[in-house]
Design a protein around this ligand. Structure first.
Ligand code: UDP
Length: 490
């Protein structure tokens, strides 16, 4: 699509702009779809690399056909096209985008007339400064969408306070179980090891904390803050955040919110049910759904570590033994780029046999469909925020094995606050894996069935008419439309 090819019917035209990674693109696309369903005109901006993958593996043409007021545009992330853009290089990737994007975005934002054609930018909060500079230069208001959990956002926000109170830095491995006391609302809950991984310093491929905290504080300069969470899940933390961000919209779980709004729209009109679109950056292998169809109810543990996690060969082996020794059926997503090094050794026979009998492995699964399948009884996850919310909505107990970023604190909340799973962070031992799989699937199954069902009900209620996320979304649309009117008048 070239600029000027379409006319904006409405005066509310939002530019959306995610960090180029699967989790961010997923929930930003969900929000985009919700907005176009509410008569907001959206231009969705991807890096060329992400867009190319969406064109290959997702439903871009059918999405465009369904929504005439949704458009895609692209810009270069500054990396060569053959750069693998592995998750481990995410820090470099973000740096590159920050260095190269502004002139390109500026051009995209200007109409042929030389006037801004957007009434608002809904930018990824992790690009806080970049988005703010763009908005300032062009006189376009900025609303930040931070795609992580409220608890991790709040921990980043409070980092300067932790430094002042001498609770940071973390002084090595021996210090990991020290309780953090000066994050309001998290007293007696979060240990050093439960803080987002960037608090651990720059070892083990971690990004430095400073830029993340800096970008988090940039959100204060926006007109509003959007989070993909809901009151009944993170109410206490949201109330702390609201003291600094009075215009806060908690709209999650966005994937369930979208399903709910689409269903309501279908019921209230003669339209046929709206399709749900794939947003994958990898080729989805649906063969696992046929395999799941042949398994008894709640008999399978689904194992997936998201789109960025990489693991060593040793970790792979420990988890594999744990799964096989648990004697439970398992469905495991192993992305082609997930195992950091290959040792070329033959697999032990017991793993080959155990997998043949009870396992299924794919490179990329239709995760939401998998989690909703009757055969699934547990979810071993890296605790990425999208995966966590998908697990919550599907009412599946989780075994959390966080890799990086917000995942360390998400897993703490899963196990200690919401009590819908177990936290396996900082260990990777076949015996622990085996025990946790058996706990979740058998020993503590009833207990987890109650807690996960209760939380899933709250999640679904929040995105139905009258629910907190539903109402927050209506308020957001009203606010975006007000910004549109103001822009037009100025
Ligand atoms: N996902 C998927 N198929 C897979 C693995 C993951 O569709 O085989 C999706 C998953 O449903 C989630 C997203 O990829 O929406 C991963 O986002 P998350 O925030 O959980 O983790 P990240 O990939 O950012 O670490």
């Amino acid at each position: 699509m070239t600029r000027g090819e379409y006319q904006c019917e409405t005066e509310t035209h939002v530019l959306m702009f995610p960090l180029p990674a699967q989790g961010h693109v997923n929930c930003m696309l969900q929000l985009a779809e919700l907005l176009v369903l509410s008569d907001v005109h959206v231009t969705f901006l991807n890096t060329e690399h992400v867009h190319h993958r969406l064109l290959r593996f997702a439903d871009v043409p059918s999405r465009l056909a369904a929504y005439p007021t949704l458009h895609f545009e692209t810009f270069s992330d500054g990396l060569p096209s053959d750069d693998p853009r592995h998750g481990d290089n995410l820090g470099e990737h973000i740096k590159q985008v920050n260095l190269t994007a502004l002139p390109q975005l500026r051009e995209i934002c200007m109409e042929d007339s030389g006037k801004p054609r957007f009434s608002c930018i809904v930018g990824d909060g992790i690009f806080g400064r970049l988005t703010y500079e763009l908005g300032q230069e062009l006189g376009i208001p900025v609303v930040y969408f931070r795609t992580v959990s409220a608890c991790s956002f709040w921990a980043y926000f409070c980092a300067p306070r932790l430094l002042e109170c001498n609770e940071l830095p973390i002084r090595g491995e021996d210090d990991m179980d020290r309780m953090i006391t000066s994050i309001p609302g998290m007293e007696n809950l979060v240990r050093c090891r439960d803080l987002p991984s960037f608090f651990r310093g720059t070892h083990n491929g971690n990004l430095p904390l400073e830029p993340v905290v800096f970008e988090t504080h940039q959100s204060l300069r926006g007109q509003a803050l959007i989070l993909n969470t809901f009151e009944d899940l993170e109410g206490p933390v949201l109330s702390k955040i609201r003291l600094h961000f009075p215009r806060l919209y908690a709209l999650g779980p966005l994937h369930a919110h979208l399903t709910s709004r689409k269903a309501a729209k279908t019921m209230s009109s003669e339209e046929k049910p709206a399709a749900s679109f794939i947003s994958s950056l990898w080729e989805v292998d649906r063969s696992c759904m046929t395999w799941l169809d042949a398994q008894p109810p709640k008999s399978v543990i689904y194992v997936s570590f998201g789109s960025i996690t990489t693991i060593s060969r040793d970790m792979l082996t420990e988890i594999w033994y744990g799964l096989v020794n648990s004697k439970k059926r398992f469905l495991w997503v192993i992305r082609p780029d997930m195992v950091a090094e290959q040792d070329g050794k033959d697999l032990p026979l017991e793993l080959v046999e155990g997998t043949k009998e009870r396992g299924c492995m794919v490179g990329w699964a239709p995760q939401q469909d998998v989690l909703a399948h009757a055969a699934i009884g547990g979810f071993m996850t890296h605790s990425g925020w999208n995966s966590t919310l998908e697990g919550v909505v599907a009412s599946v107990p989780m075994i959390c094995w966080p890799y990086f970023a917000d995942q360390q604190i998400n897993s703490r909340y899963v196990s200690e606050v919401w009590k819908i799973g177990l936290d396996m962070k900082d260990t990777c031992d076949r015996k622990v894996v085996e025990k946790m799989v058996n706990d979740v699937m058998e020993e503590r199954r009833e207990e987890f069935e109650k807690s996960t069902q209760a939380m899933a009900n709250l999640a679904k209620t929040s995105v139905r008419e009258g629910g907190s996320s539903y109402s927050d979304f209506d308020r957001l649309v009203e606010f975006l439309k007000l910004l549109g009117t103001r822009q037009k008048q100025s």
